[in-house]
Design a protein around this ligand. Structure first.
Ligand SMILES: C[S@@+](CC[C@H](N)C(=O)[O-])C[C@H]1O[C@@H](n2cnc3c(N)ncnc32)[C@H](O)[C@@H]1O
Length: 203
């Protein structure tokens, strides 16, 4: 599967606010980021950020060193256009997270509904390498995925569903699980999707 092609087509062929994962405001992510007490100066990266408005919210909160990474160029274009002048304050990284070699570290790594698409162990290992390189000791990761009650597929692709424990196992000893929360997301067509959100701290 050509990920770049798949996801670029998704954003080119349908309005972003019709996507199943669309949310008006990433409320639970923001709540966990607030609870973690991430230092805004330490910056943040939204991995597979797509057209999420998390970056708008973090800019509003005064975060420096903000980055949004996505394999789909059209998603980044849409997010940049939405932010208009403020887009220059964000680093836009068009890349596959499994091939990403961070050139710096951030105080926060955020991923909503991206890691769960990695059905191959080798891809998950590559993701973990990028995560470990991108987050300094004492930094945080907020990762959300479909929970054990969630759908088995999204956007025509298989996913791996997680409990907080199985997600923590995947991340390994470098990350300790601080807190987890469940959320039932309502898609634009009214379907329910069960997510688990996990806050990790880099040891
Ligand atoms: C389900 S959407 C979630 C978007 C966003 N995180 C949100 O909550 O609205 C998954 C996003 O991850 C991106 N993506 C999927 N696989 C990726 C990969 N291997 N590397 C980088 N981005 C990826 C897709 O282009 C898409 O924007």
């Amino acid at each position: 599967m050509d990920r770049k092609q798949h996801w670029s087509d998704v954003y080119s062929k349908r309005a972003a606010d019709r996507a199943s994962w669309h949310q008006l405001r990433p409320a639970l992510s923001l709540e966990l980021i607030d609870r973690a007490g991430v230092d805004p100066k330490a910056g943040a990266i939204d991995v597979g950020g797509g057209t999420s408005t998390l970056v708008d919210e973090l800019l509003e909160q005064g975060f420096a060193n903000l980055a949004v990474l996505d394999v789909a160029g059209p998603a980044l274009e849409l997010a940049r256009a939405r932010l208009d002048d403020r887009a220059d304050r964000v680093q836009w990284i068009e890349a596959d997270v499994t091939e990403f070699e961070p050139a710096r570290q951030w105080g926060l790594w955020h991923d909503r509904a991206v890691f769960h698409f990695l059905t191959d162990a080798s891809n998950r290992k590559a993701y973990r390498r990028a995560l470990e390189a991108g987050v300094a000791p004492g930094g945080f990761a907020v990762i959300s995925a479909f929970s054990l009650e969630g759908p088995e597929r999204c956007s025509g692709l298989d996913v791996v569903r997680y409990s907080p424990e199985s997600l923590a196992d995947e991340l390994g000893a470098a990350f300790e699980l601080v807190e987890s929360r469940d959320e039932v997301h309502m898609t634009p067509t009214g379907a329910e999707q069960a997510f688990v959100y996990c806050l990790f701290r880099r040891v």
